[in-house]
Design a protein around this ligand. Structure first.
Ligand code: SF4
Length: 293
């Protein structure tokens, strides 16, 4: 049986850098807090917790003073920097450079647009990255995730459309087209009033294309991701469309060995938040099973 781990799956550079920063700080032996889960993967969080990383929520963050807090790759709204300044908290800023650049673009947009322009972000309302992006607009940005949310937009006013970095390109294009149609219905011409910026991370885009090929090359696909990961769900759907025998699960304990009965090739892949060691554990479990049978 061929068992292939997809070399392009696993941590993106943003997540990898944040985890490297956390490990480096922990090596110094000081207490390090992380504001929110450093990565959408429970197994990796537990590994870092065992090294001493303390994950905190916003309520705890507001109460802390004189300590070190890591801001993860998703980025933070300006308010978090302000709290850190007031409470003498040293920030270990692991915001991904791609997210920082998007934050700056949105900030410039809101500063430049006339009073009636609307910043629209395609994303998940309660996702950390989106909270950071909305924070750049002083809470004025409109967040849309599905077609139903498009009623939030005023189509008589200019629209500036951005995307959370981990959104699917197909979905972005569908939403953009629908916004255009609605503007046309109201104003007759969409070109002047819609400015769209396809701000999906190139690493996510490349993975979409790559996974389409990878999923078609194996009898079954084992997709490993935490259910909390947005791009995990999105990338899994891509695999499932190409290969209906794709299975989504969190770790080797959830692997159902019945899935691999009578198959000659297994593809193992995951999200940008899936650690490589976890994919390797799944592979090892399959190999162990083959040896026993
Ligand atoms: S998906 Fe892209 S933008 Fe998001 S953290 Fe990873 S590298 Fe950065």
């Amino acid at each position: 049986m061929i068992i292939e781990i997809d070399l392009y799956s696993g941590f993106c550079t943003g997540v990898k850098k944040a985890i490297d920063r956390a490990e480096k700080e922990l090596e110094k032996g000081e207490t390090v807090y992380c504001l929110g889960d450093i990565v959408h993967n429970t197994q990796e969080i537990l590994r870092l917790k065992s090294m001493g990383l303390i994950t905190i929520d916003y309520k705890t963050f507001k109460e802390l003073k004189n300590c070190k807090v890591l801001f993860r790759a998703h980025g933070e709204p300006p308010e978090s920097y302000e709290i850190a300044r007031k409470n003498n908290i040293r920030i270990i800023d692991a915001t991904c450079s791609i997210v920082s650049s998007l934050q700056r673009k949105i900030k410039c947009s809101i500063d430049r647009i006339s009073g009636d322009g609307q910043i629209v972000i395609l994303g998940k309302e309660d996702h950390a990255e989106v909270i950071g992006l909305v924070g750049q607009t002083g809470g004025k940005a409109i967040v849309v995730e599905q077609l139903d949310d498009l009623t939030k937009i005023d189509y008589t006013k200019p629209v500036y459309l951005y995307a959370q970095t981990t959104k699917a390109k197909d979905h972005f294009l569908i939403m953009k087209e629908e916004i255009k149609n609605r503007i046309k219905q109201v104003k007759g011409d969409s070109e002047e009033t819609l400015s769209s910026f396809e701000t999906i991370c190139v690493q996510v885009l490349n993975r979409e294309t790559h996974l389409r090929n990878f999923a078609g090359q194996h009898d079954i696909i084992l997709f490993i991701s935490d259910p909390k990961s947005s791009n995990g769900k999105m990338l899994y759907e891509i695999c499932k469309k190409i290969n209906p025998r794709s299975f989504f699960f969190s770790d080797e304990k959830e692997l159902d060995l019945n899935w691999i009965k009578n198959v000659s090739s297994v593809g193992i892949c995951g999200a940008t938040s899936t650690p490589h060691w976890l994919m390797q554990k799944v592979k090892n479990k399959i190999i162990e099973n083959i040896k026993l049978t």
